[in-house]
Design a protein around this ligand. Structure first.
Ligand SMILES: [Zn+2]
Ligand SMILES: [Zn+2]
Length: 106
């Protein structure tokens, strides 16, 4: 009995020798993904999990949107993020500057 020595990877669609596939334990079969694809998919799964863990969001006090914390200024003094997102903060600062100038003119 001769098993086909090659298998087509379900991920990259390349035909590779069977030893390029991970042999599944307890099953007379190999993984549908070749080893490089399997390694890559595991790596991506871990990266995604890590990203989800790190990507916390914050609700902007101005526009009320849930935005990733990278969209907020980090306030070193208070050890937390600004309550306004960067665009809202920029708008707020511009508005404040404009108002201050208007008051000075009076
Ligand atoms: Zn592959
Ligand atoms: Zn905002």
């Amino acid at each position: 009995m001769n098993l086909p020595a090659k298998k087509k990877c379900r991920c990259c669609r390349k035909t590779r020798p069977l030893d390029q596939f991970h042999r599944l334990q307890g099953v007379a079969a190999v993984h549908p993904f070749c080893r490089p694809c399997l390694t890559e998919s595991v790596r991506q799964r871990i990266a995604r999990r890590g990203a989800r863990h790190a990507a916390s969001t914050r609700c902007c006090a101005q526009c009320g949107q849930d935005l990733p914390v990278q969209m907020f200024h980090w306030l070193k003094a208070s050890g937390s993020y600004h309550s306004y997102c960067r665009p809202c903060h920029a708008t707020y600062m511009a508005e404040r500057y404009r108002r201050n100038r208007a008051e000075q003119r009076r």
